[in-house]
Design a protein around this ligand. Structure first.
Ligand code: DC
Length: 201
């Protein structure tokens, strides 16, 4: 069965949790595409050429344990504006999306560029203040700095020319500003079940 769930949205909106939970619930494979860009950004921080880093990326590069920091997210967002870097990473993501047995991918351009034919598209968002607060609880530091970084990263991801972060026209919008994660997951799971039932009908 080919069935793709495409989840897009800004950092700390809850898309990772929703993606992991859906994958476990429906037995789909899961790809956190942000990790790919974080791994490329980390190699660039060590002096690699961005396009070379993207072309030669290995699964082990995505397993390193320093990719979750704010700096790694910032580095990812910077390499993600480069069209040649994005182009080098498209095929792998497309193949993953259409793997037999179902797949959930979360990122910024999954429903618009990587897999416009996805059976379910979700755009998960929340106010910048709420997302910055969630990040701050994880990483600590100066709360105003964390908010400024969240806003700057949103701006860069949404305003870049190639594959900007934007909700697909047919995406279901889930705003987690005032929604619990359990309620958000339930909404997402309902969308998947509904689409699967339509496919069987
Ligand atoms: O989801 P994340 O915070 O791990 O993503 C890190 C950065 O990678 C994000 O700011 C922009 C980039 N990214 C992207 O451009 N396209 C994706 N599909 C996923 C992430």
């Amino acid at each position: 069965m080919i069935f793709t769930v495409a989840i897009d949205g800004p950092a700390a909106a809850g898309k990772g949790t929703i993606a992991r939970t859906l994958a476990a619930q429906f037995g789909f494979r899961h790809l956190d595409t942000g990790l790919i860009y974080r791994a490329v950004g980390a190699k660039v921080a060590e002096g690699a050429d961005p396009v070379e880093a993207a072309i030669t990326l290995q699964p082990a590069d995505m397993a390193r344990d320093d990719l979750r920091s704010l700096q790694a997210g910032e580095g990812a967002s910077r390499v993600a504006v480069m069209p040649e870097v994005r182009a080098a990473l498209v095929e792998f993501q497309r193949r993953f999306a259409r793997v037999d047995g179902g797949a959930v991918l979360d990122g910024r351009d999954i429903g618009t560029v990587i897999c416009p034919e996805a059976e379910v598209k979700l755009f998960v968002t929340a106010s910048a203040e709420v997302r910055a607060h969630r990040r701050w609880l994880e990483v600590g530091g100066d709360a105003a700095d964390v908010l400024a970084q969240v806003i700057e990263r949103d701006r860069r991801d949404a305003e870049r020319a190639t594959a900007p972060m934007v909700a697909a026209a047919d995406a279901l919008l889930i705003d987690t500003t005032e929604l619990s994660i359990a309620a958000a997951v339930e909404r997402a799971a309902r969308a998947v079940r509904t689409r699967m039932d339509e496919g069987r009908a």
